[in-house]
Design a protein around this ligand. Structure first.
Ligand code: ADP
Ligand code: MG
Length: 295
């Protein structure tokens, strides 16, 4: 679901109730995907991309809210996070190994600016202020879906659970009285772990240049795009963010990846309620002050 692997772990005294909770998680993931997928032409997100340059497109309040949340993150990150990156981003096809020419990037960049997206909360509509704008919620939607899934199992009375969608996880409670342990993988080796983080009631997201990419002429073209240049952000291999909820950690892992090590860590320290593990291109691992250097 959502083009990724899901994992759900939860504790229930009642088998049937546990199964129902797992099913509810999967159902919620499918629902969010159907609303926000850019692959599905009938999704509300695709409707926005097809028509919002001409008219205000009516959407579920939930989608309007998430677009507004993305806009707040754009403001906070000085535009490093920007869902209109897709105005250029759609020209990359990582499976087919195709990418835009310099001229195509230059032509598309004018449409990349989150301020081109106008949300009317009252009417629950979305409109673009110019043509050529496209949006994509891939940098935040999985975290959002994970948060929704956790809210649903909590409503069902579950107090110990872990929900993961690709690189985004949220944990409530503990695992048999001990923290859940989440591993951060090595950027070049899915079987090697660079750090194990014990977690209770927290979220963790990792963004890496190894998720969707192709290599060509010694360059790596991957799916995290610097909205300032229309090209893959080049300074880091991976960013892991630990924080209170998965929408926040998902959006921030993508943002810090674009910001790079110095500005990224500065943002993390300023926010206070999140931590980061950053793998630089030269392999050096940086930790935010809340984690400290490991022994
Ligand atoms: P993953 O999808 O592997 O979990 P991320 O959370 O890092 O990875 O999100 C990467 C996705 O975010 C991309 O596939 C794309 O959909 C979207 N994206 C890429 N660059 C940006 C950006 N600068 N701002 C917002 N979203 C982005
Ligand atoms: Mg992300």
């Amino acid at each position: 679901i959502m083009g990724t692997r899901l994992a759900v772990g939860l504790w229930s005294d009642d088998d049937a109730a546990g199964e129902r909770a797992v099913e509810a998680v999967l159902g919620e993931m499918r629902r969010v995907d159907a609303l926000m997928s850019h692959y599905k032409p009938e999704s509300q997100l695709s409707q926005i991309n097809q028509r919002a340059d001409r008219e205000a497109v009516r959407v579920d309040p939930e989608l309007a809210q998430l677009i507004l949340r993305a806009a707040r993150l754009s403001e906070l990150t000085g535009g490093a996070f920007d869902i209109t990156y897709a105005s250029v981003g759609y020209l990359y096809d990582y499976r087919a190994h195709t990418r835009p020419t310099d001229a195509e990037i230059a032509a598309g960049l004018g449409a990349v600016d989150w301020r081109h997206v106008i949300v009317d909360q009252e009417a629950s509509t979305v409109r673009f202020s110019r043509t050529g704008v496209r949006i994509d919620l891939g940098g935040i939607a999985k975290g959002y879906a994970v948060d929704r899934a956790i809210a649903i199992v909590q409503d069902m009375g579950i107090v110990h659970a872990s929900v993961t969608a690709g690189g985004d996880s949220r944990i409530i409670g503990d695992r048999f009285g001990r923290p859940w342990i989440v591993g951060i993988r090595h950027p070049d080796d899915p079987d090697r772990v660079i750090a194990r983080i014990p977690m209770v009631d927290a979220s963790i997201s990792t963004s890496g240049d190894y998720e969707r990419y192709f290599d060509e002429g010694g360059e790596r073209y991957h799916h995290i795009i610097d909205p300032g240049t229309g090209r893959s952000a080049g300074e880091l291999r991976s960013v892991t963010i630990i924080g209170p909820d998965a929408t926040t950690t998902d959006g921030l892992s993508t943002s810090v990846f674009v910001l790079g090590p110095e500005r990224g860590l500065e943002l993390v320290e300023k926010l206070g309620d999140v931590d980061a593990v950053i793998v630089r291109r030269d392999g050096k691992v940086l930790y935010s002050s809340g984690l400290g250097e490991p022994p």
